[in-house]
Design a protein around this ligand. Structure first.
Ligand SMILES: O=C(CO)[C@H](O)[C@H](O)COP(=O)(O)O
Length: 261
């Protein structure tokens, strides 16, 4: 039941429902990873079953691939798709220019490849993800396991030369063992008090041997759909401005049928 969701989950849910409305039959769609993206996949699954929506989905993680298949969405690889019409994904932070931090779910590598191979990337997020300046959320950096401690030292040395404050770099764990990504790598989380120049930081990180990719998404996202716990949804476009709707008010027929009451 929708009323049983926490305000944050309601916000994620309505943002995902609004984004699902952007998807049309025939599209090749990048499917993000995380709890917000999972709502999107479920909603698209419902549209596939109820409306005959015909799409091909390119998942950004094994978890999303499994959910998409369970929902009856046709899953193909990025190489089979070649190029995508649209990617919809969550984010850990977004700023006023739609730059992002991603990778809280450890899927940043596939997420960045898929988003970059798309005509459009749309981010779906609850309002709490909006920040004035990126960096309160620890910045995930995916590194290969070989020599990861040396890579961490190189990252720390690079950060020392940059306009960042109070740095600590931690290995993401999964219980007692290092977290292993879908690509068999590890994640280093950079706890930065100030991120400084995000564009420069992203470039510097990717120059370091052992670094595969970083979670800064600069100039990749085209639209942000911001959900609020009361059902309001803002569709924000840097060029076209903001369109506000309420997904839980009158005409809230975008709700999943099994949650609608
Ligand atoms: O980047 C991600 C996964 O790598 C997610 O999009 C991000 O962590 C947001 O997750 P959620 O929707 O669960 O808040």
């Amino acid at each position: 039941m929708i009323k049983d969701l926490s305000p944050i989950d309601k916000a994620k849910y309505v943002a995902a429902c609004r984004a699902a409305d952007l998807v049309q039959s025939g599209m090749r769609v990048g499917l993000g990873t995380g709890s917000t993206a999972a709502w999107l996949v479920r909603r698209l699954g419902e549209r596939v079953r109820d409306e005959g929506l015909s799409i091909k989905g390119v998942p950004t993680s094994t978890a999303t691939a499994q959910l998409a298949r369970e929902e009856g969405i046709e899953v193909i690889s990025l190489d089979q798709a070649g190029w995508l019409d649209l990617t919809i994904d969550g984010a850990d932070e977004f700023d006023g220019e739609f730059n992002l931090i991603k990778g809280g779910g450890a899927a940043l590598l596939q997420e960045k490849i898929v988003a970059t191979a798309s005509d459009q990337m749309v981010v779906i997020a609850d309002a709490g993800k909006e920040v004035e300046t990126l960096g309160a959320f620890p910045l995930p950096v995916e590194v290969i396991p070989f020599g990861w401690q040396t890579t961490r030292t190189l990252i720390e040395e690079a950060l020392d030369t940059m306009d960042v404050l109070g740095t600590s770099v931690t290995l993401r764990m999964n219980g007692e063992a290092p977290k292993v990504t879908d690509e068999g790598n590890h994640i280093l989380d950079l706890h930065l008090k100030r991120i400084g120049n995000a564009r420069q930081l992203a470039l510097v990180m990717n120059q370091i041997p052992g670094v595969v990719e970083n979670g800064l998404f600069i100039d990749i996202c085209d639209k942000v759909i911001v959900g609020h716990g009361d059902g309001r949804v803002e569709l924000r476009d840097l060029n076209e401005g903001t369109v506000l709707t309420n997904m839980l008010g009158e005409g809230g027929d975008n709700l999943f049928s099994d949650l609608a009451d």
